[in-house]
Design a protein around this ligand. Structure first.
Ligand code: SF4
Length: 357
């Protein structure tokens, strides 16, 4: 099941009247769409926070970006743009505001800074990392390049600016297959996700050799093809036909058991389409935030089966952190990256935009 709402208790606001708070709670209750978990009383406890964040955001001309894995109070309460890595890196680049607040893990806020170096990028939770981006550094990539010289290096977007600066092209879960196929030569190095790497090896078999690093997403690594098979069997016995949707950060046996493999945005789009077509029994193999978005955005009958897994890094950010970073950011909440690294890392992202479009 998706993550439980954060209980705040009764917040007495000096800034907003009871009427304002009740109206905001009703708005939140309507948009979050999880009436049993996010009750009106629960929404009342966060309403003073969302009201103040939204006022400050307007006053200071700040654009708030949230990844789909953030909690619903952030996604539907205060974010201006919600999506997966690829769309968010474009949204950060194209935003007219001079300040971006990125509610997500560190590497995503760094990516926003790389594509918009002249803007101020705020990251409310500086210690929100990621098992993929924390598992590799620039020296690891330099070592690989020394061992396998003159081979293009593609890095997944879940990497630090320092790693992106060492690579030729960056890719995301929505474009890694097409971009890697377009790279010159018969070999390529892919970092850091070993599962996406294995998927690439399989899909480029006979065309290219793929040298893979040994990183993994701790969330998607826990799913297995065996679990999907046993769920399918049990559901079939009850006459239920499951459609299995999974994220490419999972191991290849999971992907082979799945009906649809795609980025978070693609999974949401497909789940909504399936439920609109009457195929309501869906098994979602990814982080819990994707399930929460599908529940909130579906207008049709939907039966999400199985258990999602929560990312402890993605759930570090709370509304309180966003409010504090907007009011008075600490130095570690303002993304600063060496100019040389920004320039080199931007080339790998620009190459991605060029090859993806
Ligand atoms: S879900 Fe996995 S890849 Fe995404 S931030 Fe968490 S650990 Fe990193």
């Amino acid at each position: 099941m998706p993550s439980p709402p954060q209980q705040r208790g009764i917040i007495v606001s000096k800034l907003y009247s009871e009427v304002d708070i009740y109206a905001e709670a009703e708005r939140l209750y309507g948009v979050i769409q999880q009436r049993e978990r996010w009750t009106i009383d629960m929404c009342k406890t966060i309403a003073p926070l969302t009201l103040e964040i939204n006022d400050l955001k307007k006053k200071n001309d700040v654009f708030i970006i949230a990844h789909s894995y953030q909690t619903p109070d952030i996604i539907y309460g205060v974010a201006d743009e919600v999506s997966d890595s690829y769309s968010l890196s474009k949204a950060a680049r194209d935003a007219s505001q001079q300040t971006i607040l990125f509610s997500s893990v560190r590497f995503m806020a760094e990516t926003a800074k790389i594509v918009s170096p002249h803007k101020t990028v705020l990251h409310p939770s500086p210690d929100a990392g990621c098992s993929l981006s924390d598992g590799i550094n620039g020296q690891d990539v330099r070592n690989l390049k020394e061992r396998y010289p003159n081979i293009p290096v593609a890095c997944y977007i879940n990497t630090t600016a320092e790693v992106k600066a060492e690579c030729d092209v960056c890719v995301t879960s929505s474009n890694y297959l097409t971009i890697c196929e377009k790279l010159p030569g018969e070999k390529l190095i892919f970092v850091p996700d070993k599962f996406m790497g294995k998927h690439l090896q399989k899909s480029l078999e006979g065309k290219k050799e793929v040298i893979v690093y040994d990183g993994e997403c701790e969330v998607h690594a826990v799913f297995t093809g065996e679990k999907i098979r046993s769920w399918r069997e049990r559901m079939n016995q009850q006459g239920i036909e499951l459609t299995v949707l999974s994220h490419p950060e999972c191991d290849i046996d999971v992907l082979e058991e799945s009906d649809i493999v795609g980025s978070s945005e693609a999974l949401i789009k497909n789940a909504l389409q399936l439920s609109a077509n009457g195929k309501k029994d869906i098994m979602l193999i990814t982080e819990c935030g994707t399930a929460e978005r599908i529940i909130a955005e579906s207008e049709n009958d939907l039966n999400l089966i199985g258990a999602c897994v929560m990312c402890r890094h993605m759930k570090k950010t709370q509304l309180e952190d966003i409010l504090q970073a907007l009011k008075n950011p600490m130095p570690e909440q303002i993304i600063e990256i060496d100019k040389n690294i920004i320039d080199k890392a931007r080339m790998s992202l620009e190459e991605m935009f060029r090859l993806a479009e």
